[in-house]
Design a protein around this ligand. Structure first.
Ligand SMILES: N[C@@H](CCC[C@H](NC(=O)CCC(=O)O)C(=O)O)C(=O)O
Length: 352
């Protein structure tokens, strides 16, 4: 499908949403983005895997990065998109194809921005950190991500969301001994033993640390559980996968140490993790963005690639039209007026 970057931003969002791009299957969308950007004479376009990078080269004093992921979580009977009044429904409308549409419109229609711009569209953000396309770019083509400041067009409902929470997944394993279930006293039931793990999770009180003036909200949840051998066997293993979302007052190592302590007595194996990022809103480039857009500020409670930019030494914020509490839901939608407002504010910043 061809993307018309001069179309109305709501139509462009619908067109982007209707190119299915569940993590790992972004090729068609990456091809469409590349095909739409390549003919633009003011941009140099590069492709790496399913990441597309387009840059102005005006020799401005400052370079900013505007970035967004192409992938969505799995569909839930929510494609194709549909328009109802001021709302566009469909998988990825809020997270984060409305943000992509704004970035694409800016790339096409602001040929002479006041600061040089690098637009980055990349794959596999919604999945394990080692598949993340921005992370790959940072390792194979770090020069493409150089900049003084970055804006991730993640869902923030038109507010600026500073930093991000870290995420870590661990497999917590309860062990037992197999036996015939008719003579259960000969064994030891690992699924029953896992009750202690669930008790710890139920008793958990989320911390709400304030970091650089923004309040974060941690979370600790079981996201998978597996165990059992057969209908007549006492199970010898039960594994609870736990996802801990932690505030940017903690490093990834500190978060893992906290989990090992919490589940002392059980085997705890880290399967995936990505660090948090502090808000960094006092950095002059971030402060200038806040001032130019006039958008209100709060904490980002999901994990986003501001953390990747923080590791690269590039201050970054989240700013996009989608409502974060609708991300990953069946009835995900985006408010069209918020897409327009976001485009207007970004355009004002890039032309001020
Ligand atoms: N490697 C991470 C990726 C998680 C990415 C995901 N981010 C968002 O949903 C951002 C949008 C929002 O703030 O709602 C997340 O936080 O799960 C992982 O696998 O955990």
């Amino acid at each position: 499908m061809r993307l018309d970057l001069h179309a109305d931003v709501a139509e462009l969002t619908a067109a982007v949403v209707d190119i299915e791009s569940v993590s790992g299957a972004e090729r068609a969308l990456a091809d469409a983005v590349e095909a739409a950007l390549r003919p633009l004479p003011h941009l140099t376009v590069e492709r790496d895997g399913d990441a597309v990078v387009a840059r102005t080269g005006l020799g401005r004093a400052e370079r900013v990065v505007i970035a967004g992921h192409l992938d969505t979580v799995p569909l839930n009977g929510n494609l194709p998109s549909r328009m109802e009044g001021d709302r566009l429904y469909g998988c990825g409308t809020t997270d984060m194809k409305s943000g992509l549409a704004v970035a694409l419109r800016l790339a096409a229609t602001v040929p002479e921005p006041s600061r040089d711009v690098t637009y980055v569209f990349y794959e596999c953000e919604e999945v394990e950190a080692d598949r993340n396309g921005l992370r790959r770019l940072a390792s194979v083509r770090p020069e493409l991500l150089e900049g003084d400041f970055a804006v991730l067009m993640e869902p923030t409902a038109g507010q600026i969301e500073g930093g991000c929470q870290g995420t870590v997944r661990v497999d917590v394993t309860a062990t037992g001994a197999r036996a015939h279930s008719a003579r259960a006293w000969m064994g030891s039931n690992a699924i029953h033993a896992a009750g202690t793990i669930l008790d710890v999770l139920r008793a958990y009180e989320p911390a709400r640390p304030v970091v650089d003036g923004l309040e974060y909200h941690e979370g600790l949840n079981a996201v998978f559980i597996r165990g059992g051998v057969a209908g007549n066997v006492i199970p010898d293993e039960c594994v609870v996968t736990v996802n801990y979302r932690f505030a940017p007052d903690k490093s990834l190592d500190k978060a893992v140490a906290y989990l090992r302590d919490l589940f002392a007595g059980f085997d705890v194996a880290v399967t995936d993790g990505a660090p948090a990022a502090r808000p960094g809103l006092t950095h002059p480039a971030a402060a200038a963005f806040v001032a130019a857009t006039g958008a209100p500020v709060r904490a980002k409670l999901g994990w986003t690639d501001v953390a990747q930019f923080a590791e690269l030494g590039v201050p970054a914020v989240n700013y996009g039209p989608g409502e974060p509490t609708l991300a990953h839901t069946k009835d995900e939608y985006v408010e069209i007026p918020l897409i327009r407002e976001c485009e207007r504010r970004m355009r004002a910043w890039l032309t001020s």
